[in-house]
Design a binder for this molecule. Sequence first.
Ligand code: ZN
Length: 215
Amino acid sequence: MQNLKNSKFELIQMKPQNTQSAVVSIGDECVIFDPWGNATNWEKLLSERGLTPRAIYATHGHPDHIAAAPAIAKTYNIPWYLHNGDFRLVGWGNDLLEYFGLPKISIDDVRPTELEIKQTQVLPGLVMDIIETPGHTPGGVAYHFPAEHVLLIGDTLFQDSVGRYDLPGGDVKMLIQSIANIYNLNLPEDTAVVHGHGMDTCIGWLKINNPYFHN
Ligand SMILES: [Zn+2]
C-alpha cells in the first residue's frame, strides 16, 4: 500500500485467524481498526512495534470486529469508536467469542464512543472520511483515506461477494444502496480496499470482478 506523509498501513490477522484488522501509524502513534483477537496479543504487537495507540475504530458492531476493543481501550485509556446504530449489537454474539476462546464483551465494560460522521484527522496529518454503509448492520461504516488511497470497507463487500444481511438489523436493500453509494464516489481505481475477511482488493479490480459492485 502507498506510503504518504510517512503513514503506514498494516493489515493484521490476529490469532485465531478470522478477521482482518488494521493498524495505521505515523511515527510512533497509531490508530487501530476492527481489533479481533485477544487484547494481550495486541499489547504485545504494539509494544514490539513501539507504537502508542490513540484510538480504536470499528467498521461495525459484530463481535469479530470489536472483540479486543474494550480491553485495549481500557489499557491505554483511549476511545473506541462505533456508530451509535450498532451500540445495541455490543455483547450480541458472545457465543462466537467463546467458540474462539476469547473473553466475552459487554457494553458496560468500556462504553464505545459515538462515531461522528464527518471528515476527521485521526493522527496529525492523517485525514479520514467516514462513510455510512448500513445494511450488513444498521451502524456499519467504511473508512476512507483520500490522500493514501485506502478504503476499509468492513463486511459490506468482500472480494467476490457481499456481506450477510440476515443477521440482526441486517437489511438487503440498504446494503445494495450502501454499495452503490461507494461505487458512486468514483474513488481512484488504485484505491486499496481492505475487506473485513479475505484478501484485500482495489476499486478497479472490484469493478471488473465483483458482480455486486455497481450503482
Ligand atoms: Zn460483520
